[in-house]
Design a protein around this ligand. Structure first.
Ligand SMILES: [Mn+2]
Length: 358
């Protein structure tokens, strides 16, 4: 049995295009710190193998301190580190992997063919390969030898995506390997542990989101691997999460309602979508300023509809017109609570008829 931590797709030195320059700089610094924190976690929890299947760097060009800081952080790990470069940080003589002095406990796959690392102190063997260019074909069939003890594979690749240019890996190929666990990189959300035959495999996802297409909790997988069994837990580790919050401001003070939705999000990067109907256009930049500080970065999007607009097409000769006329009659004779429901029904109805998203 071997204790592992599996993390991937750090994409260090990403540009973070949606942030200000200063914030982007801070984020890059934070993601370098993340690796140190991860090593602390690993040391505190008796992890023996740190498996890093690629895209640790966002590209070939990194800031001068990035790779040396990574080497320094990994050098403080009490176990062994295995890195399998991916499509963003593919191995070449120009890559940070080749140009950095790594501590003895760091092992980096450098070839496209499977390489073998033996760790008798943990009773296990690790296989893996690198990306040696920005794209890789499907690997040759591969099977681990029976006598290897607990066997792990560390690979960057695309599972169940037959046409992929990023080393497509079929479940059949994974099952054929006979490995006990395949630590994968490339997909940025955690897959949880899956099985192909007796072979367990997983994407850990990225430990930190980089945009609104990488929402909510991010982290790594941690636990133990034994013959034919992987017991791994997802550990949320992101310092900042990307969140999209929808706030209906039909009623009440918009600032208050947004503040409520943002409570506890000081460290996060939030996009607030304002929905519902309002009497007049919201003072967006004022709101944004007033609520500064409730999130690390806040973006407010006005998707509300002016109340009068709701009834604009009442009575026109169409399904929409008839619908509005009917709703308007009900609205005029209803109490406040009922009116609120009717407004909402009108919003949904109009959205459906106009093929819009609410
Ligand atoms: Mn990738």
């Amino acid at each position: 049995m071997v204790e592992i931590l599996h993390a991937a797709d750090l994409h260090l030195d990403s540009a973070f295009a949606s942030l200000t320059e200063e914030q982007a700089r801070q984020r890059r610094q934070e993601s370098r710190q993340l690796l140190r924190d991860m090593v602390d976690f690993a040391n505190d929890h008796g992890v023996q193998l740190l498996l890093l299947p690629g895209d640790l760097f966002d590209g070939e060009r990194v800031y001068a301190q990035t790779a040396p800081e990574m080497a320094e952080a990994l050098g403080r790990f009490t176990g062994q580190v295995v890195i399998a470069p991916g499509n963003h940080d593919w191995y070449s003589p120009r890559s940070p992997y080749a140009r950095t002095l790594w501590p003895d406990n760091v092992h980096i796959f450098t070839g496209a063919a499977m390489e073998r690392l033996s760790f008798p102190q943990y009773g296990c063997t690790v296989y893996g390969a690198a990306f040696t260019g920005p794209e890789m074909p499907a690997p040759e069939p591969f099977r681990v030898p029976e006598e290897d003890g607990v066997t792990l594979l560390v690979l960057h690749g695309d599972v169940a995506a037959p046409g992929s240019r990023y080393r497509p890996l079929s479940p059949e190929w994974l099952a054929e390997t006979g490995a006990d666990y395949v630590a994968l990189g490339h997909v940025h959300s955690c897959s949880g542990v899956q099985y192909a035959g007796k072979t367990a495999y997983a994407y850990s996802g990225c430990p930190e989101g980089r945009g609104f297409d990488e929402l909510d909790d991010k982290g790594f997988l941690w636990g133990r691997v034994d013959r034919d069994k992987a017991e791994l837990t997802f550990v949320p580790f992101a310092r900042r999460r990307y969140r999209i919050l929808t706030v209906d401001v039909t009623e009440g003070d918009p600032a208050e309602k947004i503040a409520q939705a943002l409570s506890g999000r000081e460290a996060d990067i939030c996009r607030v979508r304002l929905t519902g109907s309002v009497d007049e256009r919201l003072p967006l930049s004022g709101l944004q300023q007033q609520l500064q500080g409730l999130a690390w970065q806040l973006e407010v999007r006005d998707e509300t509809r002016l109340r009068q607009d709701l009834w604009l097409h009442t009575g026109e000769e169409s399904l929409r017109g008839l619908f509005l006329q009917r709703m308007r009659r009900e609205y005029d004779g209803a109490d406040a609570e009922r009116q609120r429901q009717i407004l909402q029904a009108v919003e949904y109805g109009l959205a459906a008829m106009e093929g819009r998203e609410l």
